[in-house]
Unconditional design. Structure first.
Length: 117
C-alpha cells in the first residue's frame, strides 16, 4: 500500500481545511487509516483513525467535535475534515494505514498545515 497525503495549506484561525489520503493497492479497503501530526520540536501525535469498514472513528480529545474522518472506498481515499482550526493545530499531517491490530506500517509523505492567529 502506498499513501499520498494532500490538501494542506495556510488558513486563519477558525477556518477549515480538508486533507486527503489517496492510496494505491487493491486491498486498501481492508486497512484502517490513521491521521497523525507533528509540530516543530514535538513528537508525532495521533489525531484520529477510521476502521476498515468506515463504521468506527476515533479522535484524540483535542480535535473531537472539530475534525471528522471519512473514507470513500470507491476512490481509495480517506479524508480529514478540519473545522474551527486553531494555531495549535499547526503541524505536518501524515496518514498511515494498517491491518488492525497490527502496526501502522504504511505512511504517506505528509502535508503541512499552518493556522495563523
Amino acid at each position: 500500500v502506498q499513501l499520498q497525503a494532500s490538501g494542506g495549506g495556510l488558513v486563519q484561525a477558525g477556518g477549515s481545511l480538508r486533507l486527503s489520503c489517496v492510496a494505491s493497492g487493491r486491498t486498501f479497503s481492508l486497512y484502517s487509516v490513521g491521521w497523525f501530526r507533528q509540530a516543530p520540536g514535538k513528537e508525532r501525535e495521533f489525531v484520529g483513525a477510521i476502521s476498515w469498514s468506515g463504521g468506527s472513528t476515533y479522535y484524540t480529545d483535542s480535535v473531537k467535535g472539530r475534525f471528522t474522518i471519512s473514507r470513500d472506498k470507491a476512490k481509495n481515499t480517506v479524508y480529514l475534515q478540519m473545522n474551527s482550526l486553531k494555531p495549535e493545530d499547526t503541524a505536518v499531517y501524515y496518514c498511515a494505514a494498517r491491518r488492525a491490530p497490527g502496526e501502522w506500517g504504511y505512511w504517506g509523505q505528509g502535508t503541512q498545515v499552518t493556522v495563523s492567529s
